[in-house]
Structure formats: C-alpha cells, structure tokens
Design a protein around this ligand. Sequence first.
Ligand code: ADP
Ligand code: ASP
Ligand code: MG
Length: 354
Amino acid sequence: MTAPLKNRDMSRASVEPLARPTVGSPANHPHRLIHGPLHTRAKKSLRVMKFGGTSVADASCITKVAHIVRDSLRESSIIVVVSAMSEVTSKLVEAAAQSESGNSGRVATIFEELRERHASVASALVRSAQKRQRLCRKMHALVQTAGVLCEDVLLRGALTLRARDSITALGERLAVLLVAAALAEQEVASEAIETTELIVTDACHGAAEPLMDLTRERCEARLRPLLLQGIVPVVTGFIGATVEGVLTTLGRNSSDYSGTILGAALDADDVTLWTDVDGILTADPKIAPDARSIPQMSYQEACALAEMGAKVLHPKALRPIIQRGIPLMIRNTFAPDRPGTKITASGPRSHTRK
Ligand code: ADP
Ligand code: ASP
Ligand code: MG
C-alpha cells in the first residue's frame, strides 16, 4: 500500500470569513437555497459527512441528520453529501425502464408517488407555509423535468445511458433540498448544490470516474468560499458531469464515493459515512444479528471487505483518500454517540498499547 501523504495548506484554516452571505435564493440559480443565519467563526478542521438513503428516509431521519450536522459545526466546517431517500433511485431506474417499454401509466404513478412522498416530508420539516410552498415548487419543477425526460424516452422507445443518468439523478437533487431545509429549521446556514457543478467526470454514463484535478479546482472555487463564510454546502451524492456539463452518475450506491472524492478534492481532515449500522460489523447484521462493530480497520482490510461485496462501503470509496491518508469513519445516524468504525492507513496498529 502507498504511504499516506498529508499535504495541507494550513494557512486556509485560519482565514476569517470574507463577507456576510446573502440569505435567499440567488436569482441565477433557481435550485440553490441559502438558509438561515451565519456561523461566522473560522473552523479548525474540515469534515465531509455523507448520509445514505436510510439516513434521509423520512422527515424524522432528516431531522436527526440536521442535529448531527448542527452539533458537529461547533468544532468543524462541514460539507454534507446526501443520497436519495431510500428506494427512490430504484423507483427512478424502474421509471426509466418502463418508459422504454412504453408503460406510461406506471411511469406517471411512480412520479406522482415520488412527488407526494417528498412533499409530505417537506410539510413535516418546514414550519413556515411560505418556505414550504417555495420548497415544494422547486421539488415539483425537478420532478417535472425528470418526467419530461421519461416522456421523451416513451416517444422514442429507446433509453440512452445518458438519459438514464439524468432520470435517476432526480432522487439526490430532491434530497439536498430537503436536508438544506431541515438545516434551516435548526438555524444552520446552508446551500444546496448539485455536484454537476463540482465533480467533473469522464463520459462513462452509469459508472463515471472523476477527473480529480478539474474536480479539485471546481471544489476550491465553489465550496471554499462558502466554508469560509460558515455556510454548510449540502451536495448531491451519486452525480457528476462531464467537462461539457452533461450529467453523469458514478454507479449504484456510489454516494460513498462522492463523499471521498469531495474529501480528497478539498483535503478534508476526515470523511464520515453516516448509515444505519454501527460501522463495519463482523458480518451483515441483516444476516447475522449478533455481528459486532469493528472499531478500527486499515484501508487494506476495508478495501478487501468492500470488494467482497459488503454493502456498507462502496468498493471505490477508499480510492480517492488513501493517497492523502484521510481517515474514513462509518457511523450510525440513529446512534450518533457510538464510535462506529475508523479506517486509517495503519488500522488498529496505530493504537497499540505501549
Ligand atoms: P447507506 O444507504 O447508508 O449507504 P447501505 O444500505 O448502502 O447504506 O449500507 C448499509 C448496509 O450494509 C447495512 O444496513 C447492512 O445491512 C449492510 N452490510 C453488509 N455487510 C455489512 C457489514 N460487514 N457491516 C455492516 N453493514 C453491512
Ligand atoms: N441513490 C443512489 C443509489 O441508490 C446512490 C446511493 O445511494 O449511494 O444507488
Ligand atoms: Mg451505501
């Protein structure tokens, strides 16, 4: 394994906030929300926190996410990476396939159910009727955009990989709006951002790979100023875009990978994958209920486990961070006081007794 290499620009950590951000939605970016008052203090560390589908499955889960982020902001700057709500991407994959088969009735039902589910979560999360309506309008417009793409597939009777990516990306595009809204309810300043702006990829639709130099440039330009102003970027997992701006996806379950790509791009101090189990366990707890949490692992051990198919960690997720020696944590959104698993270059050996 390559030796870890830390290459931090420490001067950035002490830079004071540049200016007060505008509260409201910038006119030229209709899907961006900037919420709530400021956390203006410059932060010592930068943490990327990725929340998986079960962690944003409903309003009460999303509120837990907002609490975790709010509490962590006392010590660190945070970038939040969000998956689609559980089952949403699978429904979108189905909608794309049913469009190709000409089953317009089923496609309409899927979109109506998705619209209703997200609207009801918005209703439970957002107290102000005006803000709720604004949020629902944004989500409705996104659902309609994906619906139009499906109509086009229905007309042509053919589904390109490019169209499939744009349809399946809807879940994450909706989820970031809900998480940003939940943060606003906790008085945390945040901005929902689509990673089409941040993660530059090749054109391999459905399994796109990041172009890290360009991604790093985009992340520095777009995210660093927000972080310096104490604003939490809430960004989509799963999605990227080519240099030309064509939306791509990184593959199923790839939001873990999105989290570590962003962590590496901004040289974060650590990346945490927040999920529905206490880290990496000795076995899948759905199959072996007695499975125990493994407190520490090496990159090498975790890679081997992910490559064997342990769903808790995407097999590509460690790639971007190994070179930089950035630790990866896996923790339970529903038991945030538990430590979960910490994955580092040396694993348990770094904590041997003297
Ligand atoms: P997320 O939506 O948060 O990305 P996933 O469903 O992709 O979560 O991964 C978490 C799931 O991985 C757990 O609910 C668990 O059933 C499964 N899993 C499989 N193997 C393991 C393992 N060794 N340790 C922990 N979880 C595992
Ligand atoms: N929402 C995407 C999927 O279900 C990505 C992810 O959840 O990691 O595949
Ligand atoms: Mg996952």
